[in-house]
Write a protein that binds this ligand. Structure first.
Ligand code: URA
Length: 244
């Protein structure tokens, strides 16, 4: 691929930024800065550096986003801000993995790796999602047992056995819920089925990937290599592929 495209795709700057960097001699291919923007490079075998840092090529990008509770999980929306409005990277195919309700906050993956999205969302893969919630009323062993047995939330089948742990007791209970499926408004509907109301909902983990404590709502960062591996993204020398 062209050197300027590789650098721009890897977020080294816009196409014109990277052309300028190349002209200034800040970009090297296999140690030489005698390079041109349109030069073809093979990232699997050649080492590209920009401002002294190695630029490792990734076929896809993977962002961990802390969704705030005031935007919709969609690419476009006529009424509300969308999660994509927070991501300046406008590459083709970049989309959120699954949905969180407008008022739900927390971990949302954003990627252009369609295979990984498919694998994480496929109902047969039973990918674990962890939520923390504040619920009106006292959550007791009765509700914990009901979540474990499966609940009738008005669908064709009961919900799959789900983990419910009370983190703090009181008139408003703080709980953790672990689901292995992703039905519409599932956490809220499960609490509604046991006569309780969710006041606040945050997703803290998905597929073993935990929301980074350092992020605040509206912030995002790229996944680290070990985090991509955790999700089943195969890391090879030049390109990456989701293997589920
Ligand atoms: N369950 C819900 O009720 N809402 C969400 O956004 C996610 C899970």
């Amino acid at each position: 691929m062209r050197l300027d495209k590789l650098l721009a795709d890897m977020q080294a700057g816009t196409r014109s930024d990277v052309k300028r960097l190349i002209k200034q001699g800040a970009v090297t291919v296999d140690g030489s800065n005698k390079v041109s923007p349109k030069q073809q490079v093979d990232p699997a075998v050649q080492k590209v550096c920009c401002l002294g840092e190695e630029v490792r090529y990734q076929e896809f990008v993977y962002y961990m986003f802390y969704k705030p509770g005031d935007c919709v999980t969609a690419r476009h929306d006529a009424l509300h801000k969308t999660v994509m409005d927070y991501i300046p990277d406008k590459r083709k195919g970049l989309s959120p993995v699954g949905r969180l309700d407008l008022d739900t906050e927390g971990l949302l993956l954003i990627t252009d790796d369609g295979m990984l999205s498919h694998n994480l969302l496929s109902p047969v893969k039973h990918v674990e999602k962890v939520y923390e919630a504040k619920v009106l009323g006292r959550v007791t062993d009765k509700e914990v047992e009901a979540f474990k047995m499966g609940l009738d939330i008005g669908d064709d089948s009961l919900t799959k056995p789900s983990g419910l742990t009370v983190l703090a007791k009181g008139d408003v209970s703080k709980v953790r819920v672990v689901l292995t499926e992703g039905r519409f408004h599932q956490v809220k509907r499960m609490f509604s089925a046991v006569g309780m109301q969710v006041l606040f909902l945050k997703r803290v983990a998905m597929g073993g990937l935990w929301l980074d404590d350092a992020l605040v709502p509206g912030e995002y960062r790229q996944l680290k290599e070990e985090e991509r591996k955790l999700l089943g993204v195969q890391i090879t020398s030049g390109s990456r592929r989701g293997n589920g």
